[in-house]
Design a protein around this ligand. Structure first.
Ligand code: FES
Ligand code: FES
Length: 196
């Protein structure tokens, strides 16, 4: 077990080191087909590998974050068949062949998601670590309910924790995004560097 890692980080590190050993020893792993961000990937993984590890370590989609690893913080939230799910709790077997969307594909072609624009306008992020999960949960909420009340927002976002306490700005951004959606405003992705 690695020394000095925060509690909760030992397990994934152990998992990945075990995987590396299996590969080095030439052990054949089962193959799974994941449909991520409209691209089909075939991965070698144990059936119970958490989807989060597959996204980050096998597909290099590192926008989705590891927080607690036990379904409590929301940092790992992605969409599975349009619903927000905790990717640390879902196995690759459970997720196989269902459409998965990560933060990397929330913007559609040339358009930012209204939440992304609202997040910029409201200057929501502080350290930023929880923000992927916050945005993915909020995006699923607005898909289901484009005009949420304060209570709807509180209820939907209750499972996403932010150690920096950005909750008021998150709520403001969700309301702003809701207004942008109701006005059907398209937001162009700014040229690289404009967000700095
Ligand atoms: S890392 Fe999945 S809920 Fe915390
Ligand atoms: S912005 Fe730092 S944990 Fe949420």
């Amino acid at each position: 077990m690695p020394i000095g890692l925060p509690v909760g980080l030992n397990e994934p590190y152990a998992e990945m080191s075990w995987l590396a050993t299996m590969r080095t020893n030439g052990v054949t792993m089962p193959k799974f087909i994941l449909q991520v961000n409209q691209t089909t990937h075939t991965i070698d993984a144990e059936a119970d590998m958490p989807l989060l590890w597959a996204l980050r370590d096998l597909l290099s989609l590192v926008g989705t974050k590891y927080g607690c690893g036990i379904g409590q913080c929301g940092a790992c939230t992605v969409h599975l068949a349009g619903k927000s799910v905790r990717s640390c709790l879902l196995t690759v077997k459970d997720a196989e062949k269902l459409p998965i969307t990560t933060i990397e594909a929330l913007a559609q072609e040339q358009n930012l998601h209204p939440l992304q624009q609202a997040w910029i306008n409201q200057d929501v992020a502080q350290c930023g670590y929880c923000q992927t999960g916050q945005i993915m949960t909020a995006a699923a909420l607005l898909t289901e309910n484009p005009q949420p009340t304060d209570d709807d927002i509180d209820q939907a976002m209750a499972g996403n924790y932010c150690r920096c306490g950005t909750y008021p700005r998150i709520k403001s951004a969700i309301k702003e995004a809701s207004a942008l959606i109701s006005q059907n405003i398209q937001i162009l992705v700014p040229p690289e560097g404009d967000l700095a």
